[in-house]
Write a protein that binds this ligand. Structure first.
Ligand code: 26V
Length: 811
């Protein structure tokens, strides 16, 4: 009988079976998809573990200078496929699972996402860890091991419903609990001053326990560590000490401690100054600082050279209390003189700002900080006093200047301004795109830039090509491998060479075949999650991101309704069939964002069922957007919607993922769109609408949205249809408030001012899409121009210009 090679045991097959039997505890012949996923994960985990031990040994021996990346959010997504890719085990693992008559992709789908973040800021942190590991930088990410990550989004009757995300319910194969690494974190109480020495007499305490995730580098044995902290009742808290009658009360008292790491806070339109959130921030910062100081003192006799051996980065202001915490540790616990400690502190910290929205800038009521962190408040007051003395000397008598700079806002309830603390306590402050960094020094941080111009810099965001191209788009990755070799994974600038191929008919055919297959895959996801059947031959027009008024999903809807009306008016015109695809979550308390989700569904319901429309237009909303959903959407997009009001989107990173996967961008002159345009070329992108200075000028001259309504009949007809219940016959007034906010509420994000230009740009999109070879040429030019948006480039810049860290040589 001929040997059936498909069922020959492979080395990985044997390993997987051994893990099924010994680690998972199931009969290999009976293994479910989940069992297989866990067994393959264990196979990767053993190697990650070895790499982690080796990396740590080398860094310890070299007393390496390390970067510590403090972030409340790490939106990691799934780990298995990325780990297999980094370990170069993908093919092995695929062969192994084949012996169980399974496909690796189907197995990998059983891993839940680690969704420990809200959106752009959290995903950027995850891309950065990948690049830090890949560049071999001695690096640690620190965050919170939330029991519940980003809420799961369900849609019921067109409305968003939030459900908890118990991602740890069945355990995760990817964490390494460090039972011996635990630190106390104190809260509350008061401060005593004895002989000039401060003693913090805290009233509460919780323990922080370390759980590590190993982040593998690609093309290197080096790894980075993501250390996440879980809050547990302090060791001396003993449930048994309560008598049986009080057991219930004891258990709930224990929860008082442990709730600190229970749930990720949503990125609301206006951040609520909640005590638990402040405790979360201090909790993970205090634990991380103790950990890095312990590591330093294991390698060095004292803290005087701390700044030479560690660079601490603040991912937004959420960990800014770290500045006061380091001062407290140095002065109160290590008796360092204040001035020396302050110098060291500023040399150690750096800070990235991720938003210009004034309402998103974090502040804490002084009274709350007094209650939760009394010693830190004193320290902040002293930092502020010395800072304001310094500033006063620069502009004597300018009290307004000082009031604007102060770390304490005095309008209404006194509040600590965390961005000010971050700037004052750091040696470098950066924005996340060229425009954003310019606007920072021109607007919200102008007074600080006047004091310290050299402190402000730009680090344009990037995304990891391993996850967002190699893993998400194996079809395109394979084509690139054939065409350029495999080196682009670690040197994304190599994509430039595609320019020479963009008009090559054979290459175009392969490129289009890849896109088509990705669209089929995306169409399947759409049908599976929404029940709506869409044609992969239609133009896939994609807007995926958090739902926020400034991102203007509503402007996209206005175009959809315009198109619907235009098709009905001219049914025989040559319409390019379109599928307009939305995805994204709205913060649970953000009423207008939720209303926009509902509107998208209502509009879709009418259009998708209208027999006069057929395939000419479809509108879908893919529920529960997250990293894994994005990995299917990005490769299948033709058109990338990046239509924020100019001057509002700090950078965007979805814009990069989409263009890298061959989508053309329709967008405003905002955030990183501007740099995408510079890199792919003006002819390969559809830029429209007001530019930032024009937005500003129009605002100052008295913007009147009603004028556009009166002037543009097509716009009037669209708004009338929405406001009049044309898409919500069951509740005709449902969208009156949304339309009123445009017509009567000042249209803060200037949708009406950009409407006409947007429709014009969409017409250009149609015109190009009618010529497939030309469209393809432009799409290839996009991929070719995106090399600079690798997060490896971004992290290289941080490493050289801000952190001054480099890989350590071998042992
Ligand atoms: C604010 C808050 C406030 C209350 C509690 C939780 C929370 C969480 C996050 C935020 C701010 C989010 C800022 C953010 O995600 N910014 C995005 O950062 C991306 C990476 O730099 C950038 O590409 C996006 O343009 C920017 O919106």
């Amino acid at each position: 009988m001929p040997l059936n090679t498909k069922h020959l045991p492979t080395e990985s097959g044997a390993l997987i079976d051994a893990h099924l039997l010994h680690t998972i505890g199931v009969d290999p012949a009976q293994a479910s998809h989940s069992d297989l996923m866990l067994a393959v994960s264990q196979m990767a985990r053993t190697q990650l573990s070895e790499r982690w031990v080796e990396t740590q040994a080398v860094e310890r021996q070299n007393k390496a200078r390390r970067v510590v990346y403090l972030s409340m959010e790490f939106l990691m997504g799934r780990t298995l496929s990325n780990a297999l890719g980094a370990l170069e085990l993908t093919e092995e693992a695929a062969r192994g699972v084949k012996q169980h008559a399974q496909q690796l992709e189907d197995i990998a789908d059983h891993e839940p996402d680690a969704a420990l973040g809200n959106g752009g800021l959290g995903r950027l942190a995850a891309c950065f860890l990948d690049s830090m590991a890949t560049l071999g930088l001695p690096s640690w990410g620190y965050g919170i091991r939330y029991e519940y990550g980003m809420f799961a989004q369900h849609i019921a009757g067109g409305s968003q419903q939030e459900y908890p995300d118990p991602w740890l319910l069945d355990g995760t194969p990817w964490e390494f609990p460090r039972a011996d690494i635990t630190y106390p974190v104190r809260f509350g109480g008061w401060v005593e001053h004895v002989d000039g020495q401060a003693f913090w007499r805290n009233s509460g305490e919780v323990a922080a326990k370390a759980y590590d995730m190993v982040v593998p580098g690609h093309g290197t044995q080096k790894v980075s560590t993501l250390r996440l902290w879980k809050a547990v009742a302090p060791a001396h808290f003993d449930l048994g000490a309560f008598n049986t009658g009080d057991y219930h009360r004891a258990a709930s008292a224990k929860n008082e401690f442990e709730n600190i790491s229970w749930v990720l806070y949503p990125n609301d339109s206006t951040p609520a100054g909640r005590e638990l959130r402040l405790k979360q921030e201090y909790f993970f910062v205090a634990a991380s600082m103790q950990d890095l100081i312990k590591r330093h003192l294991d390698e060095h006799p004292s803290l005087v050279n701390l700044a030479e051996h560690v660079a601490i980065h603040l991912n937004d202001t959420h960990p800014a209390i770290g500045v006061a915490e380091l001062m407290r540790i140095l002065c109160d616990e290590h008796d360092m003189p204040w001035a020396d400690a302050w110098k060291l502190c500023c040399a150690t910290f750096s800070y990235t700002n991720h938003t210009l929205m004034p309402e998103a800038l974090e502040t804490w009521p002084v009274s709350l900080m007094q209650h939760v962190l009394p010693r830190h408040l004193e320290i902040i007051f002293r930092i502020n006093k010395e800072f304001l003395e310094f500033a006063a000397a620069k502009r004597p008598g300018d009290d307004q200047f000082l009031a604007r700079l102060s770390l304490i806002g005095e309008q209404g309830e006194r509040r600590v301004r965390m961005a000010h603390l971050s700037i004052v306590g750091s040696h470098k402050v950066n924005g996340v795109s060229a425009l954003h960094s310019d606007l920072l020094v021109e607007t919200i941080f102008a007074d600080f830039a006047a004091l310290w111009p050299e402190r402000f810099t730009n680090m344009t965001n990037g995304v990891t090509p391993r996850r967002w191209l190699a893993q998400a788009n194996p079809g395109l990755a394979g084509l690139l491998d054939q065409t350029l070799g495999k080196g682009w994974r670690l040197d994304l600038d190599q994509l430039q060479q595609l320019k020479a191929k963009k008009a090559d008919a054979t290459f175009q055919q392969s490129f289009m075949a890849v896109k088509r297959a990705n669209k089929v895959r995306l169409a399947k996801l759409i049908e599976h999650t929404t029940g709506i059947v869409v044609s992969p031959d239609s133009l896939f027009d994609v807007q995926v991101k958090r739902i926020h008024e400034y991102k203007r999903q509503l402007l996209n809807v206005l175009h959809v309704v315009w198109r619907y009306q235009a098709i009905l008016a001219e049914p025989h015109a040559h319409w390019v069939p379109r599928t307009v695809i939305f995805a994204g979550k709205a913060a649970s308390s953000y009423v207008s964002a939720k209303s926009i989700i509902h509107l998208i569904h209502d509009v879709g319901n009418i259009i998708n069922r209208d027999p006069r429309i057929g395939d000419k237009l479809k509108v879908v909303f893919i529920p529960n957007y997250g990293v894994s959903v994005a990995e299917v959407i990005m490769p299948g997009a033709d058109l990338s919607e990046q239509i924020s009001t100019a001057g509002t989107e700090a950078s965007g990173t979805g814009n990069m993922k989409l263009a890298l996967n061959g989508a053309l961008t329709i967008g405003t002159d905002d955030g990183a769109n501007i740099e995408i345009r510079q890199n792919v070329g003006d002819d390969n992108i559809f830029i429209f609408g007001l530019k930032t200075p024009e937005v500003k000028a129009l605002r100052h001259s008295g913007y009147q949205p009603m004028r556009y309504y009166e002037k543009l009949p097509a716009l009037k007809s669209v708004l009338d249809a929405i406001a009049g219940g044309g898409f919500s016959p069951d509740e005709p007034g449902r969208y009156r408030p949304l339309v009123d906010s445009l017509l009567w509420g000042g249209d803060h994000y200037m949708l009406l001012a950009d409407f006409e230009a947007y429709i014009g740009a969409q017409a250009k999109v149609d015109a190009l899409y009618r010529k497939p070879a030309q469209w393809c040429e432009h799409a290839i030019a996009n991929v070719a121009g995106m090399g600079v948006f690798s997060s490896d480039r971004t992290i290289g810049e941080y490493a050289r210009q801000i952190w001054h860290v480099a890989p350590v040589s071998r042992r």
